[in-house]
Every structure is written in C-alpha cells, then in structure tokens.
Design a binder for this molecule. Sequence first.
Ligand SMILES: [Zn+2]
Length: 391
Amino acid sequence: MGNAVWVYMNDKLRADRNFDQFAAWAKRQNVSHVILYFPKAGLDEELPAVPEMAAFIDRCKQEAMEVHGMISAYMSPPRRFFEPGLESNFAVDWHGCSNRSHPAGGSRYFLDPNKPAVMEMLRRVVKNLLATYPELDGVQLDFIRYFHSSSSITIDTVEAGSDLRLLTQPKLRISGEMGEALYFLDRSQIQTYDPPVGGSQRYFHNYHYCFCDKCLVDFSTAYSIPLSLERPRVVVAQELTSKYAQQWYEFRANIISKAVRNVRDEINRMGTGKQLSATFWYNSPYGNRLTNQPFRTGSEYTDFGQRWDEWAFQGLVDFFCPMNYWLEPLEYGEITKAQVEKIHGRLPIYSGVLTSRDYPSPMDTLDQYTAQAEKAGAAGICFFAYHTWAQ
Ligand SMILES: [Zn+2]
C-alpha cells in the first residue's frame, strides 16, 4: 500500500529547512500521494507561483511522490465575492438567511454551488492552479458539497427574571467578538409571566442549503412541482425536506455532480492528463458519536449532496479521500470496506485518518488503522494532516 497525506503550508513547513523533515516522515509512512492545500485567494486571478509552494512540489517530485493541489470548492470564498452586488452568490439557509450575512459560527462562508459565477470561479481556480504549478499531478476538490449543520441551544430561564421577555422572542441574536449568530425559537416553556418565572427556551438555526429564489425556481421547474415563494422560507424548506425529500436530495446532488463534471471537463480541455480526486464527508462521526446521534448511512448524499459513487462510475474522478475521522480501527475498517464496495473497487480510496489534541489515540494505534484499510481493500490511508501527525 502507498499512503496519502494532506499538507497545509503552515509554519511547520514554511521554511525550506523543514522539507527534509517532511521527506523523511513521508518515507517512513510510505507516502506516495501528497495532497497540498492551496487557498483560492491566490488562484482566483492569475498570480505568479508562490515560491515556497513551487519549491515544496519540486522536492516532493524529487522524492518520487505524486503531488495534487487541493482547493476548497465552496468554502472560504475569494475576497471579491464580498464586494457589493455579489451577495446573491452566497447560499441561503433553511430560515431564508443569506450565508453572506449569517455565516455559521460567525465565519463559515459558503457559496451557492448553483450560481453561474460560482461555477466560473471554480473552473478558473482549477485552471489557474494547474497552469501556475505545472508540476502538479492533479487537483483535489475539497468541500465539493453542501454545508450542513444544525445548531441548537437550550437556555435555562427559571431565574431569568425580568430578562425573560428577551428570551421569549421568536428570534435571538447572539453576538460577541468572534461574530454573531441568529437563532429561532423552537420550544418555549414559561411557568408564569407575572412574576416572570420561566422554564427553558430552545432556539435553533438550521444551516441546510440552498433555499435561494434561483434554487427554488430551478427545483420547481426540474420536477414540475409548484412552490409558492410567498410563504416564509422556513415553511418552504420544511415542505421540500419532508414531502419532496427524494427530489430535493437528488436536485442538490445533481448540482454538485455537475460541478465535478465541469471541473473534469476543464482539466481535460487543458489536455495535460492531470488527475482529479475528491474528498467526501458524511454525518459521522462528528455528527453522531459525540452528540449521541446514530450513524446515518447515506448522509453524504442527503445532508451534503455528494453522490460520489456516480462520480466514480461516470469516470469523473481518479481517486477518493473520504474523511473517516474519529473512528476506532474496527469501525474505520468497516466503513472503509463499505466505501470500497460502493464503487465496486473501481477507484483507489485513501481512507482519511485524523489525529488531533481531542482525538490522539490513532497516533499510537496507526498499525491497526493501516491493517484495517488494507483488509478493506483501500489503496492506503490518508493522514489528516501532516502538521498533526508529525508532532
Ligand atoms: Zn441557491
């Protein structure tokens, strides 16, 4: 097996002297594929190559490793998207809030994959990446999916006193130095209004996308389903994700698959024989184990719009790096095996393994992960990420 590694050009690597350290680590870990992250900011326009990135690619090539440039397709928009008049390129969530003014967590900006300007940007970034760094063996699309998360907070209001009236409003704005977030009242429990004695208030914000006018009109046209846009967006969102869930998930997945196809076309048009690979993501494990939720098979499709098996069967991509994080070795092996089988072993899968301060155990049990990946039929493991694994 040859392994892969995600690399971010941070302080651990930035000085040339650390390339030796990386090369030695990569050799020890049997790394054959280096996936190097590039911010879109430098690629949205034709800027010269960043010397340290070019030098790092050269060094990896000297060490006989493949190097693939990774970009985040829809997160971290290039700066120009924040200029006036371009707000419609940001996705709109379940409540009808534009992600431009209501980003999750105060800063998770997410572009609408269904907007022509966003598709053009993606093609341009991929084209510029390969033109600026011709030594690259290919491009990896990260975040080629919808953003999806749901936040809820429950406030104990028994002793809220006079402030109870502020905590029973239909909307609650939380702001601080990191930014602000808007929440919507879900459940309200009040004992008495006078005197003010509460119980608990549950607020939520569902960051499920995209419910902009264009997406809703396109959906309505594609499936001949009449939708009244006069109603509150949350009502439309509830209807779409219950009554028409099957069509809604398919609609979103078609948009993402079309983007993958367009990027593949762009790479083919350059005629350079470069490869295309992709990450994919699902509700597990951040979305389940840590919050006592069940693992939902297929959530990469329903929540994130990724029909990645279709990308494989249509020959759009060359390999995958699923993010199989926060899993014990046995479960990691089972999930990796299911992924290999889902595409009938057609393409190499480098099964992502994370180690972090919060989840350090893989560092000591790496052999078990490697053995499980091999048993599952994966091409190798994919380390997330060099700077944490090399500590
Ligand atoms: Zn939209």
